[in-house]
Design a protein around this ligand. Structure first.
Ligand code: HDD
Length: 719
């Protein structure tokens, strides 16, 4: 069977040569699926020029039949996704903790395929939905496929896989009218959440800006569950996996996300694709938090509870390697759509814990591939193939690709010389961690999972002021879309357990009072024979009040690499002023696009022709990270007379982006536009991130800062 080999940037020709499953039609005849050359792909076979089409037209029938079956069921969750190839390179050996081959030798490169996704929306839904992002990594190791199927949020809504179908039914479009698409802002979702206090920590993350990333390249990834590492001596430690993006963690504003959804619903997919095409390869460091087995019970939370993090202050994250994505897929369907992840794709040296959410996942992923990809042979699809040799006695099934030779398909056998044979541990054979189990078979939840609120509070307390406001706004938005008042009230009750001021502010926005005796005391997810009193959620006093790692305000802000900057220009633009900013921005890795009232060329003040990248018709400020207005009085005057240009800047202002200009351009800034009202004047905090000096260094610093949220206090500029 063909092997996946290269992970370098543009290896396609080489890959095609190596891989008989790849098809490149360059210089080839058009054929049927049986290899017959076709001489007319324009007309069906007819009984005369104006006659009926003949049933015997096998070429037409083959083509239409194949077309009719082009779609496969989309994923029940994570249907909307984008993916890329790359490699993982180890910095530091983890030999002390694990025998996993790809984690032994510093410098070792392992090919990967990574698929990012939203959760709730359909395959064609917008990238900018407020949602969790899937972050699934397939490592093609020499010991077999290892999948780390995580999210961009380190916790989950529920503690037990038993609740997963309920959660997904609640968040998906409502069943009677299939509304709303790719949105949690509706009654069924919040009905479920308001009765599920264990979701409160996850809700804080999902209502934070983490759920509206600026780019897939600028978000963290997490394995979520606690896993095990096992070394050569069969000694085990617990581990949490983290992906840390080298570009920092950045988000957009909610108002902006909604507008992007209209202007370019492929925003994240395009951004990932373009970055890789431009050679700006996305990079993440793999971090591990290692917890010795003896410390299993030392924390104020249960390590097996997927609604809890291990704060970085308690167990630091050790960065052990780097993942680089350097090649776009050749074919979306063959690779991104057909890739099949599974938390149960393991290699020796890594194992599960008893986290009840993880345990349920171990069943679900193979099962879903059977209905989605239609056959138990999904592992034979090129993107899913192991680079380690595959030999076993599994046979046949729909669309079997492997041609197994010989007469033996059972074990033990003598006719096949006993092959394929079992591998001892020393030969790389997998064996599960020998965890001691001595307990009753029971359908229950451990009391150590009952603390539903402490870490929700920890997360809220760790946010900067603007981030707290965004959470309040997001909750007010989502609950504002809920029609059933009782659901809103129950949510306010739950929020009182996270933070009283948060509950008060959301309640005020919803026109509700904060209840004196919050309803949260009744946990509705109680078994039929359970005593409700014994199922009340708890709130443990956490020793940690704040964790800096939880706030995006503390992320790295030292680079403008891959940031998109719009330059607004018109006839008469000062060419020198334009170049004085464009050249240093591009030298720092940013992309500059020239936006003008029309396409074609603009005549500069110096009389030179400058090609335009986009007109105001197709460009929008929400698709850029910052905006700059070069000098040239005539150009600035023309832009002032162009409502789309004025709106462009006001919108960038509203979304707290860096805005720069040369001295002439000042007239275009918010508060200076013609027809300005007094209320449109900007005051102190509103000036943050507005660079009117034309100084490149200052502007670059402002762009690197990403957003000036303090400007939100200044809500007087209409846009
Ligand atoms: Fe899941 C897909 C991540 C809980 C059942 N899940 C899926 C994908 C990601 C995750 C990233 C998309 C993979 C891809 O790109 O193809 N899922 C998670 C995380 C979870 C989680 C981080 C909690 C920590 N999932 C979870 C549970 C169940 C599932 C509890 C069921 C018991 N997930 C599925 C699934 C999907 C899936 C139905 C849909 C498509 C697929 O598997 O291949 O089996």
């Amino acid at each position: 069977m063909a092997k996946r080999k290269s992970t370098t940037s543009k290896p396609n020709a080489k890959l095609i040569e190596l891989d008989p499953d790849r098809s490149d039609a360059t210089g080839q005849f058009l054929t049927t699926n049986q290899g017959l050359k076709i001489n007319d792909n324009q007309n069906s076979l007819k009984a005369g020029e104006r006659g009926a089409t003949l049933l015997e037209d096998f070429i037409l029938r083959e083509k239409i039949t194949h077309f009719d079956h082009e779609r496969i069921p989309e994923r029940i969750v994570h249907a909307r996704g984008s993916a890329a190839h790359g490699y993982f390179e180890l910095y530091e050996s983890l030999k002390e903790f694990t025998k996993a081959g790809f984690l032994q030798d510093p410098g070792k490169r392992t090919p990967v395929f990574v698929r990012f996704s939203t959760v709730a929306g359909s395959r064609g839904s917008t990238d900018l939905a407020r949602d969790v992002r899937g972050f699934a990594v397939k490592f093609y190791t020499e010991e077999g496929v290892y999948d780390l199927v995580g999210n961009n949020i380190p916790v989950f809504f529920i503690q037990d896989a038993m609740k997963f179908p309920d959660l997904v039914h609640a968040v998906k479009p409502e069943p009677h009218n299939e509304i709303p698409q790719a949105a949690s802002a509706h009654d069924t979702f919040w009905d479920f959440i308001s009765l599920m206090p264990e979701s409160m920590h996850m809700i804080m993350w999902a209502m934070s800006d983490r759920a509206i990333p600026r780019s897939l390249r600028m978000m963290e990834g997490f394995g979520v569950h606690t896993f095990r590492l096992i070394n050569e001596n069969d000694k085990s430690v617990f581990v949490k996996f983290h992906w840390k993006p080298l570009l920092g963690v950045h988000s957009v504003a909610w108002d902006e996300a909604q507008r992007i959804s209209g202007k370019d619903c492929d925003f994240h997919r395009r951004d990932l694709w373009e970055a890789i095409e431009n050679g700006a390869f996305p990079e993440w460091e793999l971090g591990v938090q290692i917890i010795p087995e003896k410390d299993e019970h030392k924390f104020e939370f249960d390590l097996l509870d997927p609604t809890k993090i291990v704060p970085e202050e308690l167990v630091p994250v050790r960065r052990i390697g780097k993942m680089t994505l350097n090649r776009n897929p050749d074919n979306f369907f063959a690779e991104t759509e057909q890739v099949a992840f599974h938390p149960g794709h393991l290699v020796p040296g890594i194992d599960f814990t008893n986290d009840p959410l993880l345990q349920g996942r171990l069943f679900s992923y193979t099962d879903t591939q059977l209905s989605r990809l239609g056959s138990a042979n999904f592992h034979e699809i090129p993107i899913n193939r192991s680079v380690a040799p595959v030999h076993n006695n599994q046979r046949d099934g729909h669309m079997r690709q492997t041609i197994n030779t010989g007469r033996v398909s059972y074990q033990p056998n003598s006719l096949g010389g006993g092959c394929p044979f079992q591998a001892k541990a020393a030969e790389g054979g997998f064996s599960s961690y020998a965890e001691k189990i001595d307990s009753k078979k029971i359908r229950a939840r451990s009391r150590s999972f009952f603390d539903n609120f402490s870490q929700a509070t920890l997360f809220f307390n760790s946010q900067s002021e603007p981030e707290k406001h965004h959470i309040i706004d997001a909750l007010s938005f989502e609950l504002g879309k809920v029609e059933t008042i009782a659901i809103r009230e129950r949510m306010v009750s739950l929020l009182t357990q996270v933070d009283k001021s948060l509950a008060g502010k959301v309640a005020a926005n919803l026109g509700l009072a904060v209840p004196k005796n919050p309803d949260f005391q009744v946990n509705h997810s109680v078994p039929a024979d359970g005593d409700p009193k014994k199922f009340q959620p708890l709130k443990t006093k956490m020793s940690l009040e704040k964790s800096d790692a939880l706030s995006m305000a503390n992320t790295i802000k030292n680079s403008i690499k891959t940031r998109k900057i719009a330059f607004l220009i018109a006839d008469g633009v000062d060419q020198k002023s334009l170049a004085a900013m464009k050249t240093p921005l591009e030298a720092s890795g940013a992309t500059v696009q020239l936006i003008a009232p029309r396409l074609g060329v603009i005549k500069s003040r110096e009389g030179k022709q400058i090609p335009v990248d986009q007109s105001f018709l197709t460009a929008a400020s929400v698709l850029f990270d910052a905006v700059y207005v070069p000098g040239g009085e005539k150009s600035v005057q023309a832009l002032l007379n162009e409502p789309a240009a004025v709106h462009f800047i006001r919108e960038a202002y509203k979304h707290c982006k860096a805005i720069g200009c040369d001295s002439d351009g000042k007239k275009l800034l918010p508060g200076s536009a013609p027809g300005k009202q007094k209320s449109a004047r900007i005051t102190a905090p509103g000036h943050a991130g507005i660079i009117t000096s034309g100084n490149a260094k200052e502007f670059i610093k402002a762009v690197a800062n990403h957003r000036f949220w303090e400007r939100e206090a200044e809500r007087k500029i209409p846009a």
